[in-house]
Design a protein around this ligand. Structure first.
Ligand code: DAT
Ligand code: MG
Length: 149
């Protein structure tokens, strides 16, 4: 089964949206296999956003991600990487569709509440960056036969 890395950013934690984010992914039918509240070091934030290091917003983005606690999560399910990106919505909350997390709760690109891995390779990289093997919990939800044919 596929896994993805999702993080409630400091604005999502401050705005009390942790439960709402987890609820949306759980209700959809995805399985939580990793979860932790943590402060982010500059080193970790820079590694996480390494692909953006030449962009003008990079240092502001690292400042923001390290400005308060985040909730780091790993989710499992068929097609979870692309599906979670749809549930999250477009990068700019102003153009993100209503019904998506960013579309429902955000108004600015620099405060877009949540991160989600964008492809299988980045999901693998991010899961390994944020979690140790021991922190990931494999379990068999009893709902599985009601979610998958
Ligand atoms: P996403 O988070 O949807 O994958 P991304 O990978 O293009 O988007 O960018 C990573 C984050 O960087 C994004 O969530 C918010 C910030 N960001 C992107 N473009 C920005 C911009 N033009 N100005 C300010 N912040 C930006
Ligand atoms: Mg991205």
């Amino acid at each position: 089964m596929e896994r993805t890395f999702l993080m409630v950013k400091p604005d999502g934690v401050q705005r009390n949206l942790v439960g709402e984010v987890i609820r949306r992914l759980e209700s959809k039918g995805f399985t939580l296999v990793g979860l932790k509240l943590m402060n982010v070091s500059r080193e970790l934030a820079e590694k996480h956003y390494d692909v953006h290091k030449e962009r003008p917003f990079f240092s502001g983005l690292v400042d923001f991600i390290t400005s308060g606690p985040v909730v780091a999560t790993v989710w499992e399910g068929d097609g979870v990487i692309a599906s979670a990106r749809k549930i999250i919505g477009a990068t700019n909350p102003l153009t993100a569709e209503p019904g998506t997390i960013r579309g429902d709760y955000g108004v600015s690109i620099g405060r877009n509440l949540i991160h989600g891995s964008d492809a299988p390779e980045t999901a693998q990289y991010e899961i390994n960056l944020w979690f140790t093997q021991e922190e990931l919990v494999s379990w068999q939800p009893t709902l599985t036969p009601w979610l998958y044919e």
